[in-house]
Design a protein around this ligand. Structure first.
Ligand SMILES: [Zn+2]
Length: 309
């Protein structure tokens, strides 16, 4: 048996569910180990099977974790799904709530270049950075799932007992890949384009492609090219299990901008606040709670953690 220990973790990152040969489907979750104040990656999390233990972002959980057998990345923890327990409700958003959330997160790293330096020097595999500028959201056709992913999903269907299978829809692939093109505050920076795997962007697509089929792209661009970059947007980046120099955006953290060059930008904030986003799109920035069944695709090449077995 692995030596499991109890950990308290504030969940910050949830990616879309991915087909997984071993687990049917999994979500990559990352957060802060509250005892150490450091990033941790939790897997496998078979999120849609968690029932009462489905957690939201910025919710504290207690769970049993152990060092994984097949992943030497310092942040990676194997989690016992049956042990996951929610500790209280998710932390509130809003100006004060965001200040409390940000106080619990590890300090941001200056740039993607600095994250890559830390990877080379210490094996760092998760970091949070503030982009200097978001150039644009790149939307491209996704490569369709291959036989391995489809086999993983059909295996899951066979494994499910009947009450669960009624509740769980089959995993659908989201037909688009979303990436941010951005620059960092680093003299070495020549710009980056990184895939965004955050659950929320998939949930936004699923919701808006149904409610506004002719306008989903415009609505996604409004939120991800204008609303979020107008806030104090931070990117949480994580690397691939098998290509450790390759980082992807696994989460978006977007506290309100409080001050710019010492000038309070209260007026701007009121235009950009959560109220407006909820009202305009019918989907909150915490969209994953409302659309807990939202799912997305995965690709072998993008494995965020190794499949076992
Ligand atoms: Zn850069």
């Amino acid at each position: 048996m692995r030596p499991y220990k109890t950990a308290r973790i504030l969940v910050v990152v949830k990616t879309y569910p991915n087909p997984s040969r071993t687990y049917g489907e999994t979500v990559c979750c990352a957060g802060v180990d509250l005892a150490r104040g450091e990033w941790v990656r939790l897997y496998p999390v078979t999120f849609r099977r968690l029932d009462d233990a489905r957690f939201a972002k910025y919710q504290e959980i207690e769970c049993l974790t152990a060092a994984p057998r097949n992943d030497s990345r310092p942040e990676s923890r194997h989690v016992n799904n049956d042990s996951i327990r929610l500790i209280g409700p998710p932390m509130a958003a809003g100006r004060k709530g965001w200040a409390r959330r940000m106080a619990m997160l590890p300090v941001p790293i200056r740039s993607l270049e600095a994250v890559q330096d830390a990877q080379s020097a210490h094996g760092t595999s998760i970091g949070m950075l503030r982009p200097r500028r978001i150039e644009r959201l790149v939307i491209e056709k996704a490569k369709p799932w291959g036989p391995k992913e489809l086999a993983a999903i059909s295996q899951q269907r066979l494994d499910l007992s009947s009450p669960t299978s009624r509740e769980l829809r089959d995993l659908d692939q989201i037909p688009w890949d979303f990436s941010y093109r951005f620059t960092c505050d680093d003299p070495r920076c020549t710009g980056h384009e990184l895939r965004i795997l955050d659950w929320e962007i998939g949930a936004s697509y699923r919701k808006w492609s149904r409610t506004d089929p002719g306008r989903w792209e415009e609505m996604i661009r409004e939120k991800y090219e204008r609303e979020l970059p107008a806030r104090d947007l931070h990117l949480v980046v994580g690397n691939l299990a098998k290509r450790r120099h390759t980082f992807l955006i696994i989460g978006l953290v977007y506290p309100p901008r409080v001050q710019v060059d010492g000038v309070n930008v209260q007026g701007t904030l009121d235009l950009m606040g959560e109220q407006r986003t909820v009202a305009a799109g019918g989907i909150g920035l915490e969209a994953e709670k409302a659309d807990a069944l939202a799912v997305d695709h995965g690709k072998d090449a993008l494995e965020l953690f190794p499949d076992e077995g």
